[in-house]
Write a protein that binds this ligand. Structure first.
Ligand code: SF4
Length: 505
């Protein structure tokens, strides 16, 4: 019907998944300037920057979690939206087949992955008509780790460390600060927040997410909200959450606030938290041909500058080399802050694998193993497999299981992001194991440390949830929970709680 529509949507998906928009790149460059290179945040930002460049150069997914594809489409009045939606779905399935999107659509009752990102509710496609002849499509890819950090407040309420939040812009300010503080590194900070003041519970979240389509330098047309956005950005970084929750000078790169009318009895503040892998792009299409006439958020005529102009993550010589199977003595020598390079066999395992291990023996010997919380993007490669994106997933989801897995099966290193809780910390101490924080979202960077995919177990859970047997070389990570009962995550959370209290006003 519109001959190039499908190809244009596919191009939009590929570009959004692989090439971060210039305004987000600029904000991340600013973060790199603000964090001294030798700090944990500085090192993590170096890896992130290298990853952004690798993704754009190799046209690979910036992060292995390619998120919930959310399309906002404006069409001419007479356009056939039923046909367009079908084409969008076909383009999503094609992008998934080609490895630009990870299969992320899971039956909520059975846990079965549809394999093509299609299913009830996925992808999300919203249409709006406008009195123009062309078509505008915007796409946001927002992953699960940051989605889990969204927050909705019903005012008035009392907030930890901040006290009472009233039905006022001052109360809204407290809610936003609280949401950023509680996200810590779990949503791959430094993040960006879209906020909605008012609406109902559903429209509030939607409008909050829509704010993420604004550019980072966009100034709110509502002077009151513009002032609040500026105030938040002027103070939020004193929280000290830093990159990946490692502590540091930059916790947030953007705050965009909208408002909707509300019922007199309700006052919701909805916060949509996005990670540094803030992937959103848009295109304008010719209404007849469907060809791209213009890109939004980026100008193809202006070359995108690389994030780093020299070598990326470089060794200092102080890194500790760990080879699997790892022995207990080596782990007991590690302390919070050490940088390690892991080599040898590594097994992936996330939600489905952990739940499985509660009722079944592991399919492989996990004694001395490195267990990586990761749901990679995997492509069939002849008889074997190729992993094209493999950053860490949020570890806290495995907190109900991890201590048992450590005690029962002798895992020596748990690798993930965002840290884990008190039960896991206790089990690490008891069993002589360690938690290693990899840099969230650095999917291309970590994929390049994989020398081979040696096998797979539990493939019936779908490719992101299966247990992949990887051979890695010099996989870098930071010890953030050691076998002596220390947790960097707890330290940063406690310190930032004090800073949060200082912003009480
Ligand atoms: S960067 Fe982190 S929070 Fe964002 S999609 Fe990737 S894993 Fe999830």
């Amino acid at each position: 019907m519109i001959p190039s529509f499908f190809d244009s949507v596919l191009q939009l998906i590929v570009k959004t998944s692989t090439d971060l928009p210039p305004d987000v790149r600029a904000a991340m460059r600013g973060a790199m300037v603000a964090e001294p290179e030798e700090t944990r945040s500085g090192q993590a930002l170096k890896i992130i920057a290298q990853n952004i460049d690798q993704a754009a150069e190799g046209e690979g997914a910036i992060c292995q979690d390619t998120g919930m594809p959310t399309f906002e489409i404006k069409t001419p009045i007479a356009a056939n939206q039923v046909w367009m939606k079908q084409q969008v779905r076909l383009a999503v399935a094609q992008a998934t087949k080609q490895g630009y999107l990870r299969p992320n659509s899971v039956d909520s009752i059975t846990g079965t992955n549809s394999g093509d990102n299609l299913g009830p509710g996925t992808p999300i496609v919203h249409f709006e008509q406008w009195e123009r002849d062309d078509i505008e499509i915007r796409l946001l890819l927002k992953g699960g780790g940051c989605e889990n950090m969204n927050a909705q407040y019903s005012l008035p309420t009392t907030l930890e460390n901040l006290g009472r939040a009233d039905r006022s812009l001052e109360g809204v300010r407290k809610c936003i600060l609280h949401a950023v503080w509680q996200a810590q590194g779990k949503g791959c900070s430094p993040g960006a927040v879209g906020v909605c003041v008012g609406g109902d519970r559903t429209s509030g979240y939607l409008h909050a997410k829509e704010q993420l389509f604004r550019t980072i330098d966009d100034v709110n047309t509502d002077g009151r909200l513009a002032e609040l956005e500026a105030r938040i950005m002027g103070t939020v970084n004193s929280l000290g959450v830093g990159t990946m929750g490692f502590g540091g000078n930059v916790s947030l790169i953007a705050c965009k606030i909208g408002a909707l009318n509300r019922l007199p009895a309700s006052f919701f503040v909805s916060v949509a938290y996005d990670c540094w892998a803030y992937r959103r792009l848009g295109v304008v299409l010719d209404g007849r041909s469907g060809a791209i006439t213009n890109w939004l958020y980026r100008d193809p005529a202006t070359p995108v500058l690389p994030m780093i102009d020299q070598e990326g993550f470089a060794r200092t010589g102080r890194e500790v080399l760990l080879t699997t199977p790892i022995d207990e003595a080596a782990v007991r020598q590690l302390k919070v802050g050490d940088v390690v390079l892991v080599s040898g066999r590594m097994f992936t395992g996330r939600d489905a694998v952990h739940a499985h291990l509660m009722k079944h023996e592991p399919p492989v010997d996990l004694r001395g193993a490195a267990l990586y919380h990761c749901g990679p993007v995997v492509q069939k490669d002849g008889e074997g497999w190729r992993i094209t994106a493999a950053g860490p997933t949020t570890s806290i989801r495995e907190e109900p299981y991890q201590a048992d897995v450590l005690r029962r099966y002798g895992v020596r290193a748990v690798i993930g992001k965002g840290g884990m809780g008190a039960r896991t910390l206790e089990a690490l101490k008891e069993t002589g194991a360690v938690y290693l924080n990899a840099v969230g979202g650095a999917a291309q960077f970590y994929a390049r440390t994989i020398e081979a995919v040696e096998g797979v177990s539990l493939l019936e859970f779908g490719t992101p949830e299966a247990m992949w047997h990887l051979r890695v070389k010099d996989f870098p990570a930071i010890v953030t929970m050691d076998a002596h009962g220390n947790s960097l995550h707890k330290d940063v959370e406690d310190a930032s709680a004090k800073e949060l209290a200082a912003l009480k006003g």
